[in-house]
Design a binder for this molecule. Structure first.
Ligand code: PLP
Length: 387
């Protein structure tokens, strides 16, 4: 019966991330650096506020665009951090950043429209683009260049069918933050070649020693940029599934048209939790950011001291993306043997695009002590793996 499946959906292979996750279930005392889900639980005041609001009757459909209180609170919050003002009408609340991405491509792409994506990249982008009939065109980045998108390579990839440039800062899987001059060059390119930019900024609060900047704030970009945001990673709320799209009205209205018919509205109780999250003292989130920074620093220091491992300094998100190609073998073989012999889960770099071959992704989503143990295991494993 498989031939009944649609051509767009039926051909998609299950992800390598999921494969590692499933394999790990067969082992004991596993340290998983595989999945990008922070170990922090959602702070208790947020859960209590959501529960109280559910008991008070916030259990109905909300407006399709989102709970008006959340739209107002989110716009106010973003205005403190974005250079260009945003109003509640510039936002749509969605089922996670994922819901915003899916609706954005649905709203923008016709069959055969091309989307340029710097890689290594977040693998779900492929499904979002292809489920909408679009075609992904990948533009490589290099570890030597801090995995920054390369405007000249992107310009060379543009064809008459190119409609969208998709960027991600801070980046999953590389941890790179796109430098300001690169954003300037990409903005200039997008305007000159008339591209829409989707800027995935779901890790925007998680930067270490560098400031997050949005391409939307570049001159002339607000009318052609869609920012994807989320409560998942920044606020330890992955399971509540609340994100948003911020963009020009022509695009936000089309996205709203898609989300209205797909989901009616986002989950009402989760939206109440998001309102409570925005009301928390900044210190709550700053403590979490510092913890991620300390974890990424520890892992970076340990990896950098391992012979044959090359690793870029962490700038944001909570991932590191070391290259282990010098040690021999590809990322998949390395990850499988590391799981089998040392019970540490990492994700093979090829899951994130051709420039990821010979690399692995580590998510610093366990505490410092456990991360140090993972690094001890990795160090021991490397001596035998090399031999
Ligand atoms: N974008 C990137 C780069 C991600 O890493 C993720 C999740 O891992 C998402 C978007 C989607 O996040 P969510 O749907 O939980 O907001």
């Amino acid at each position: 019966m498989r031939e009944k499946l649609s051509r767009l959906v039926g051909g998609h292979a299950p992800s390598l991330i999921r494969e590692m996750f499933q394999r790990a279930a067969a082992y004991e005392d596993v340290i998983s650096l595989g999945i990008g889900d922070p170990d922090f639980d959602t702070p208790e005041p947020i859960c209590r506020a959501a529960l109280a609001d559910a008991l008070a009757g916030h259990t109905h459909y909300t407006q399709s665009q989102g709970d008006p209180e959340l739209l107002t609170a989110l716009a106010a919050n973003l205005n403190q951090r974005q250079k260009l003002a945003c109003a509640p009408q510039d936002l749509v609340i969605t089922f996670g950043g994922m819901g915003a991405l899916a609706a954005a491509f649905r709203a923008l792409l016709d069959d055969g429209d091309e989307v340029i994506i710097p890689e290594p990249f977040f693998p779900d982008y492929t499904s979002h683009v292809e489920f909408s009939g679009g075609v992904c065109v990948f533009s490589p980045t290099r570890i030597e260049n801090g995995f920054a998108p390369e405007p000249e390579a992107i310009a060379a990839a543009i064809t008459p069918r190119t409609k969208v440039l998709l960027i991600n800062t801070p980046c999953n899987p590389t941890g790179a933050v796109i430098p300001g001059p690169t954003l300037d060059a990409l903005a200039e390119l997008a305007i000159r070649r008339d591209l829409v930019v989707i800027s995935d900024e779901v890790y925007d609060r998680l930067t270490f020693g560098v400031a997050h900047q949005s391409i939307r704030d570049r001159p002339g970009m607000a009318e052609r940029t869609l920012v994807i945001g989320s409560f998942s990673k920044n606020f330890a709320m992955t399971g509540w599934r609340i994100g948003w799209a911020l963009g020009p009205r022509w695009l936000v209205e089309a996205i709203l048209n898609v989300t209205t018919h797909n989901t009616s509205c986002p989950n009402s109780v989760s939206q109440r939790a998001a309102i409570a999250a925005l009301a928390q003292p900044e210190a709550t989130w700053e403590a979490m950011r510092r913890e991620f920074a300390a974890r990424c620093r520890l892992v970076h220091e340990r990896l950098a001291a391992m012979p044959g491992v090359t690793v870029a300094p962490p700038q944001g998100s909570f991932y590191l993306f070391p290259r282990i190609a010098q040690i021999g073998g590809d990322g998949r073989r390395f990850a499988l043997e590391l799981l089998d012999r040392a019970q540490v889960v990492v994700v093979p770099g090829e899951a994130f695009g051709p420039s990821g071959v010979g690399c692995v992704r580590l998510a610093c989503t366990v505490g410092l002590e456990r991360l140090a143990q993972a690094m001890d295991r990795l160090e021991r494993f490397l001596t035998t793996y090399r031999a």
